[in-house]
Design a protein around this ligand. Structure first.
Ligand code: C5P
Length: 414
């Protein structure tokens, strides 16, 4: 359970997306968190307080009868993190200015300086793009507040744009990062850095209805893209076919085959500062793909002629410019350490992230992973099994150490 025993105050504020808050609270409780909820008066227009009370103690007023006295100070001290989801435009403005006029604002304004605050804004795109909101978000980011960017899609007004509450998984990922790293420190920010991530499997077509592929879910790569985004990096995610929602706040490039992935990566690799090649690229593709469905002929065998696909990582490594950092992945079933060492040197990576199907929590569909990081400088770090988002934070921590060796601390394994 990702949040076992973690004490979280969830704030729910006035956005239509407040109707999703009970699902979020229920998910946190399911994952082991100890949750308390604070709701603004406007949010009660969109969500029934009874739905929240079903899962956690819930306060609606500034002076709740059931918690007399300075309950907000006690709750703020109790919390290991506060998450406001959805966070309305009004709440963003009031957080920037520090106006404690609702129950969520009261707790947020009393949070100790070392307690991380995570916001998941949701509003119509006009409000998200309004200079007042843009200014508030920039100010809050400077103060070390974690902000999950809203997603693109259909909005309550009927228009289409940026403003939707991101998928719960995305919000919970950022909350995990905040619990691991605490209040965001300028030292750990990656503002202005360009990060390119490949993720998912590729599909190599045999005909219009069949393909060669593998079991990669894309979860590790998507988690890494979101982790880099949350540090302020400009992220490009080149993804093979996956069932995952597109992560908000990253440039998303959908590809199908290894060849398409190679083209998309090589087009963008030159401007990237950090390249994380997480994709499970299919190594062999059919030499030709039939334009029509292949039919069986008799009972005999069928011979498929395969050719190797371009090694994207090795190609990028050959063309790399000074200062670019390259992270490769190695998923193994045997001879793990030897293979990872070989990849580190043969493919020309700075870091190789090793995971083995033999290690406890690991594997394609799993939300968890067990990783080891091997560095060209000669170190090997083995990490305990954790969610893919936490593993992503550890990987970025290793990259951070390569960028500036004295800035790598923090993010201890809990
Ligand atoms: O050789 P192997 O597939 O095990 O190497 C894994 C690493 O190489 C991963 O980082 C993967 O994304 C990358 N790779 C690639 N292009 C390929 C095969 C693997 O970029 N064709």
């Amino acid at each position: 359970m990702r949040f076992a025993g973690r004490r979280i105050v969830v704030g729910v504020t006035g956005s239509i997306a407040a109707y999703k808050a009970p699902l979020l609270v229920r998910e946190l409780v399911r994952e082991g968190a100890d949750v308390r909820v604070v709701v603004s008066p406007t949010a009660t227009h969109f969500v029934a307080p009874g739905a929240l009370r079903t899962f956690a103690p819930t306060v609606l007023e500034l002076f709740p009868a059931e918690f007399p006295g300075t309950w907000h100070i006690e709750w703020a001290r109790w919390a290991e993190a506060m998450l406001i989801a959805p966070c309305s435009a009004a709440t963003l403005g009031k957080l920037a200015a520090g106006i404690p006029d609702t129950a969520p604002m009261l707790v947020a304004c009393a949070l100790p300086a070392t307690t991380p605050l995570v916001l998941a804004p949701a509003m119509d795109s006009e409000m998200w793009e309004h200079p007042a909101t843009v200014g508030a978000v920039a100010q809050l980011r400077r103060r070390g507040v974690w902000i999950v960017p809203p997603a693109y899609g259909e909005l309550a007004s009927g228009s289409v744009g940026v403003g939707r509450l991101p998928e719960l998984e995305s919000i919970l990922g950022t909350l995990e990062a905040a619990l691991l790293l605490g209040v965001q420190q300028p030292l750990h920010r990656w503002d202005g850095l360009r990060v390119l991530v490949t993720a998912g499997p590729t599909r190599e077509r045999l005909d219009p209805v069949r393909f060669l592929s593998n079991f990669s879910s894309g979860r590790m790569g998507y988690a890494l893209a979101e982790a880099a985004r949350d540090r302020g990096a400009e992220v490009v995610l080149v993804s093979g076919p996956t069932a995952l929602p597109q992560p908000p706040g990253v440039e998303f490039v959908r590809v199908e085959s290894a060849r398409e992935m190679a083209a998309a990566v090589l087009e963008r690799a030159d401007t990237a500062d950090v390249l994380c090649m997480v994709a499970a690229v299919v190594d062999f593709a059919p030499r030709s793909s039939s334009p029509t469905k292949l039919h069986k002929s008799g009972q005999g065998t069928m011979l498929l002629e395969l050719e190797t696909t371009p090694d994207i990582l090795a190609t990028v490594a050959q063309r790399r410019r000074p200062g670019q950092l390259l992270v490769g992945f190695a998923l193994e079933t045997d001879s793990e350490w030897g293979s990872a060492q070989r990849k580190l040197h043969e493919k020309g990576c700075d870091l190789v992230v090793l995971n083995s199907l033999r290690w406890g929590a690991a594997g394609f569909e799993s939300r968890f992973n067990t990783i080891a990081v091997l560095s060209r400088q000669g170190y090997v770090r083995m990490f305990p099994p954790r969610s893919k988002r936490v593993c992503a934070e550890w990987i970025l921590q290793c990259v951070q150490e390569l960028r500036s060796p004295d800035a790598g601390s923090g993010g201890q394994a809990r």
